[in-house]
Design a protein around this ligand. Sequence first.
Ligand SMILES: CC(C)(COP(=O)(O)OP(=O)(O)OC[C@H]1O[C@@H](n2cnc3c(N)ncnc32)[C@H](O)[C@@H]1OP(=O)(O)O)[C@@H](O)C(=O)NCCC(=O)NCCS
Length: 435
Amino acid sequence: MNTQDYARWFRATTPYISTHRRQTFVVLLPGEALAHGNLTNIVNDLALLHVLGVRLVVVHGARPQINAALPESRLGTHKGVSRRVTDAEAIGVIAGVCGQLRSELEALFSTGVPSSPLHNAEIQVVSGNFVTAKPIGVLDGIDYQLTGQPRRIRADRIHKMLDGPAIVLLPPLGFSPSGQAFNLAADDVAEQVAVQLQAAKLIAFDAAPCLAHGDGRRLSHLTPAGLDAALAAASPGPATKQHLAMLARAVRGGVASGQLVSHQDDGALLAELFTADGVGTQVTEDDRHLVRQAEPRDVADIVAMIRPLEESGVLVKRPRDLLEREIGRFLVAEVDGFVVGCCALYPAGISVELACVAVHPAHRNGVGTGARLLAAAETAAGKKGYDSIFALTTQAKDWFVENGFKEASANDLPAPKQAIYNYQRNAKVLIKTLH
Ligand SMILES: CC(C)(COP(=O)(O)OP(=O)(O)OC[C@H]1O[C@@H](n2cnc3c(N)ncnc32)[C@H](O)[C@@H]1OP(=O)(O)O)[C@@H](O)C(=O)NCCC(=O)NCCS
């Protein structure tokens, strides 16, 4: 990477850095991730998030480690989810395994290797009795004994620790008010903690990099309502299925977004959180893509997006003050709250001009942001009773044609527009009849 690439990459991450700051993320680190060679990188990346001001709760699992320590233990399955039957002897072993894993994670968070985000960071990691538990009881005739589920999450105490600022580390263990320890599923703890804290994100590390179709195509986003259809189309492994179901439940419970990322790929977490398209699979209640009427607060984003296009002659120059006055004519496309595209409508008799169509380079040719803007502009123009919509373009003629516009000549423009048509610019005229 040369200096310019580096500067460009670093600048591109800044909107995400300010968005994530002071937000609460709950991270599920399953036992498989703890056993993987990439764990040190994951801990470094979590430390970096902490240093950038993200409030982090890390919930770790321990299933493969407990399986190794208790090879004889009995498993039961209820509603497709398998759980261990935990007797009095087993809970002691499980508490020991969790204690061991906790110290290993604490040690990793304390390693101040130069050139890592942990160097001189002095990160405080705290664990404690933040989760009370109750037994899951007898299911389908099996008494699960000391296998439990979260009963109450002490959200107020966790928030106090996060204010510290500390990283809160939670094991898959909980205690009943009488002091009895229970073996919990880390998924349950992560989901409940995320919901009780009303976290901005619940992030699940998984062996799979994302939910993918059979042909490998990534499903970058789904809604809880679309989960079943997505799972049927992609048929992932049982752990991935369970993680996505957990993310969908948490989102239904009020967590703003769920994210599935690989625990095997170095940097997957950062790529998911700090790039436009991410690399994993995101679950949110709303469609991430929204086209809406622009507001004065969007002016700066629009200016940043169209300036390079104006400088290269693709778009006609618009001074900022003009844009501020005309902001009511603009529509903007948003992805995850970021403005990634814009267009404007200027009435011209019975027709309307579609101008200043632009999509941020990081979002072009991807999910049809331009086409969505176009569709919203046509709907708005149709509602206002215009007969047709036209555009003048030097670079995007084929794109308009592919979206149903027909090439025309300057003589086909409404009379007032003909009078000011700039023959030097020689832009192509594209018209689409509405209705
Ligand atoms: C034109 C523009 C708005 C399209 O946005 P977008 O979000 O990439 O568009 P969509 O996702 O709806 O469409 C993508 C498709 O259009 C094609 N396309 C994109 N820009 C194109 C162009 N200038 N000419 C021809 N085809 C183009 C892509 O190759 C892609 O085709 P594919 O799916 O077969 O690969 C965007 O490229 C842009 O901002 N360009 C610079 C500004 C501009 O020229 N504006 C028009 C003048 S008002």
